[in-house]
Write a protein that binds this ligand. Structure first.
Ligand code: CTP
Ligand code: MG
Length: 230
């Protein structure tokens, strides 16, 4: 089977504090963006990559695409002020239907097996997102006082990729826009539109490079993977 991946890469990386888009930071001599692109370039199920970017970073990103020999790029639309707007720009650039995956450019450690399970699940059921079981006890707190302890058995930490039949994501996105509903992930838009969204169990190392300590852990993960393949 095949899928198209939509990759929002038009953020600012404020929490990373690098003073520029964190996707240009390097892990083992290669940018975070390059690491993530290579995963999909190398996956035979992936037939196209649509990357939402900032206009003033276009030249730099085109250079990375060329250097890494990423041949699956179908479009490089301009992203928006919120992640959801960047994903919308990807959707607008997508020509055909099929299965679409939305994946943060800032998650370079996604496993191919999880990608394939997500694509298969979306084909069968319409919508599926990657997640891991919560490890910690979680509580609802208001004004510094605990109100309630959440039932950990039912708590999942949600990641990307998030996979959909194209028509579902398109409808959910249009509806969110019409109703001015802003979600923090695509699943929220699909849930809002009344769709059932399934969870595919992912791995704890599919981290989003968000703060400086993630860089150190990311470097460790990469080193471990390289050692494993030797
Ligand atoms: N993203 C995007 N457009 C935006 C905001 C984010 O395409 N307006 C992308 C980022 O480039 C990243 C992914 O969405 O690949 C996940 O977002 P996040 O980790 O929050 O990245 P940033 O928004 O760049 O970081 P921060 O929130 O710390 O500023
Ligand atoms: Mg952000």
């Amino acid at each position: 089977m095949d899928y198209t991946v939509m990759m929002p890469a038009a953020g600012s990386g404020t929490r990373m504090g690098a003073g520029h888009n964190k996707l240009f930071l390097e892990l083992n001599g290669k940018t975070i963006l390059a690491h993530t692109l290579v995963v999909f370039q190398q996956d035979p199920w992936c037939t196209g990559i649509i990357l939402a970017i900032k206009e003033d970073e276009r030249a730099k990103i085109e250079m990375i695409i060329e250097q890494e020999q990423i041949t699956k790029i179908r479009a490089l639309p301009e992203g928006g002020s919120e992640r959801q707007h960047s994903v919308k720009a990807c959707l607008a650039a997508h020509q055909s239907g099929g299965i679409v995956l939305v994946h943060d450019a800032a998650r370079p450690f996604i496993a191919k097996q999880v990608i394939h399970e997500l694509a298969t699940c979306a084909l069968l059921h319409g919508a599926a997102v990657a997640g891991v079981k919560a490890k910690d006890t979680m509580k609802y707190v208001t004004d510094g006082i605990i109100e309630e302890t959440a039932d950990r058995e039912r708590l999942w930490v949600i990641q990307t990729p998030q996979a959909f039949r194209y028509e579902i994501l398109e409808e959910a996105s249009l509806r969110a826009e019409k109703e001015r509903f802003l979600g923090t992930d695509e699943a929220m838009l699909a849930e809002h539109a009344g769709y059932e969204v399934r969870i595919v169990e992912s791995t704890y190392d599919n981290i989003k490079m968000t703060t400086p300590e993630d860089l150190a852990y990311g470097g460790y993960l990469l080193k471990k993977r390289l050692e494993e393949t030797i």
